[in-house]
Ligand binder design. Structure first.
Ligand code: ATR
Length: 284
């Protein structure tokens, strides 16, 4: 749709921001829904963050996404943050309210659960223990989502154990930390394993995890989406486990922001997945 003087504006704020798939994602939905809107990447230095947040509503932005390295800092800068964003300790979506106040949300937990359910529609928290690898920002969203969905035993494994203990403290009693050297044994009896580390991403080494103890009935999900099939997922697939890639999570996390800013409920379809994957291949 052609833009007009009334075009609604949204953005993604990051430093750098060139890697973000959000402009392509929201651009697809804007044109699919025929919305008079625009979604632009804004490269904002950490030192300019507070000023940018105050300026955007004044010049007509209806909201924005926040990416690396600003997600934690924005939590402290918004006027109000949803309880989930506070529990996760990060904001990835900001909505400008009619009075100009900034409301911070975290939609990564929602995106994760939707991504999990789109790859495994029958997944049920009662299936059994879940093992989460990694204790960074992504892990906090994944753990909050799993515990919120009703998982009663979450085994958290991270190379730096103190970080895992910090996540366990913030997320709750269902999280038990398992030492990194026992990560293989942590898979015994598990129903689901989720990699939230950067290992397996293009340019990084594969996740060092021996799947021998994992039941073949278990599912393995990787939140890395480039490549779509990480070495972990290839390994899991070869031994007969169900695998779920990370693309669903990143696409679904964009839905609540789009709906709030532009007033249309966007969907994640096979066509959208293909469109985003073609962009990843072209480096867009
Ligand atoms: P994000 O916010 O995307 O989760 P992050 O906060 O940098 O990113 O966290 C990266 C995660 O990958 C951490 O769990 C990190 O482990 P440490 O806490 O020990 O650093 C994990 N990670 C990164 N490189 C790793 C490696 N070579 N082996 C194992 N885990 C690694």
């Amino acid at each position: 749709m052609a833009q007009t003087g009334r075009t609604k504006l949204a953005a993604v704020i990051g430093w750098p921001v060139g890697h973000s798939i959000s402009p392509r994602l929201h651009g697809y939905w804007l044109s699919h829904h025929g919305v008079d809107g625009a979604y632009v990447p804004l490269a904002v230095r950490p030192g300019d963050l507070a000023e940018t947040l105050r300026l955007l509503p004044r010049i007509g932005f209806v909201g924005f996404n926040v990416t690396v390295p600003h997600k934690q800092a924005v939590l402290a800068l918004v006027d109000e943050a949803d309880p989930e964003a506070r529990a996760i300790g990060a904001v990835n979506t900001v909505i400008v309210e009619t009075n100009g106040r900034l409301r911070g949300k975290n939609t990564d937990a929602f995106g994760f659960l939707q991504g999990l359910r789109s790859g495994f529609p029958d997944w049920d928290p009662g299936h059994g223990p879940v093992v989460v690898i990694g204790a960074g920002g992504a892990s906090r969203a994944v753990c909050a989502a799993l515990v919120g969905a009703g998982v009663s035993e979450l085994r958290l494994v991270n190379r730096t154990e103190a970080r895992a203990e910090g996540v366990a403290r913030d997320i709750g009693d269902s999280v038990t930390c398992v030492p990194w050297r026992r990560r293989g044994a942590a898979l015994e009896g598990a129903a689901l394993v989720v990699n939230t580390t950067t290992q397996g991403m293009t340019g990084e080494s594969p996740l060092d995890l021996d799947l021998a103890a994992l039941p073949t009935a278990a599912a393995v999900m990787d939140i890395v989406y480039a490549p779509l099939e990480t070495p972990l997922l290839a390994d899991a697939r070869a031994r007969g486990n169900r695998v779920i890639d990370g693309l669903g999570m990143i696409l679904h996390q964009g839905r609540p922001g789009f709906a709030a800013w532009f007033g249309a409920e966007p969907e994640v379809t096979e066509e959208l997945r293909r469109y985003i994957l073609a962009g990843l291949d072209d480096g867009k």
